[in-house]
Design a protein around this ligand. Structure first.
Ligand SMILES: Nc1nc2c(c(=O)[nH]1)N[C@H]1C(S)=C(S)[C@@H](COP(=O)(O)O)O[C@H]1N2
Ligand SMILES: [Mo]
Length: 324
């Protein structure tokens, strides 16, 4: 009754990159010997729980390193899953992991509407299954000036969107989180105008760095990290990475987004990580890497969170000294 969701390795064991890599070796060995189906300890088995009948070949892909991955030290599993922003489960950093424990992210469906040929309501499995799961180790920079390095498992958003066949009218993609105050107790208070909403330009959404994550650390996405499906856009502030998505809408105009609606002078639509543009209430020049220790110095924040080479050309017309 407590945790029905697979947590194949005790979180306390997953505290370093070495451990994680060793575990991947273990998984690889398991797959090679054909022992995977019965090995409830394996990450692929955990993913199979959310994506039934996932063929082994596909799961093998999550062990393929991506050229987009950073080799920086991973933030520990404990920190990634206990220090969270997910206001639907409370505004404190340790609220989500406590209050989302009993959240049931299955079954799950996603409504697709707007300017696309393939609109309708899709089961999560049908949405994810046709695409290849990949591991992407990305920096995540929160607008609050802290950061993490997270090994996501997901699919390129572009793969999903292409399958939905947006029309030429689709210039933006809007996303919505589940609205269900019975299951998401934080929604009983109007700290935000629920449901949480986010959006991207179609070019940002189609960029190969942009993914829909279904897992992290080789296992199914924990509830507090946005189960069962969340957006990850590594060159933008973390709030763009909307969790527990139930709706994707292709739009001709720029969609409204939650943090921009709530404080327009503080949070823009683009929200690209930019060390040169301060938040009205604090500097964005440096960031605290979670897990680096109480006395560790803050590290410099990089333009586009270090992904400038990949994405800067998307913003050729924009004045980067302004806060969008
Ligand atoms: N639905 C929803 N998505 C959300 C948030 C939220 O409160 N609700 N918080 C955002 C913020 S501010 C950040 S920094 C990241 C945090 O993701 P993590 O908890 O998985 O590290 O999720 C983003 N996505
Ligand atoms: Mo954030």
């Amino acid at each position: 009754m407590l945790i029905r969701k697979p947590n194949p390795i005790r979180s306390s064991e997953i505290t370093s990159k070495d451990n994680y890599l060793n575990r991947r070796e273990f998984i690889r060995a398991g797959a090679a010997s054909g022992a995977i189906a019965g090995a409830s300890l394996s990450a692929p088995a955990a993913l199979a729980a959310v994506i039934p009948d996932e063929p082994l070949a596909k799961l093998a892909d999550i062990r393929k390193p991506s050229p987009f991955s950073t080799d920086e030290t991973l933030t520990s599993y404990d920190d990634v899953t206990t220090y969270n922003n997910f206001y639907e489960f409370g505004t404190g950093k340790d609220d989500p992991h406590r209050n989302a424990r009993d959240f049931e992210p299955q079954p799950w469906s996603i409504k697709v509407d707007g300017h696309a040929e393939n609109t309708g309501t899709f089961h999560l499995e049908d949405f994810v299954k046709p695409h290849t799961l990949e591991e992407r180790i990305y920096r995540m920079r929160c607008v609050e000036a802290w950061s993490m390095v997270i090994p996501w498992v997901g699919i390129p958003l572009a793969d999903v969107l292409k399958a939905l066949k947006p029309t030429s009218k689709a210039k933006f993609v809007a996303f919505e989180t589940l609205y269900d105050p019975k299951r998401m107790p934080g929604q009983r208070r109007r700290v935000l105008d629920w449901p949480y909403r986010e959006g991207l330009t179609i070019a940002e959404a189609m960029h190969p760095l942009t993914i829909l994550a279904v897992g992290l650390y080789g296992e199914v996405l924990p509830n507090q990290n946005g189960a069962p499906l969340r957006l990850v856009v590594p060159w933008k502030y973390g709030f763009k990475g909307i969790k527990s998505i139930v709706r994707i809408r292709f739009m001709s105009r720029m969609p409204q987004t939650s943090w921009n609606l709530s404080a327009p002078h503080e949070y823009g639509f683009y929200a690209n990580v930019n060390p040169e543009v301060d938040h009205p209430r604090w500097s964005q020049a440096r960031e605290r890497r979670i897990g680096s220790g109480l006395f560790a110095a803050k590290q410099p924040t990089l333009m586009f969170n270090g992904y400038a080479e990949e994405v800067a050309s998307l913003y050729d017309g924009l004045d980067l000294r302004r806060n969008y």
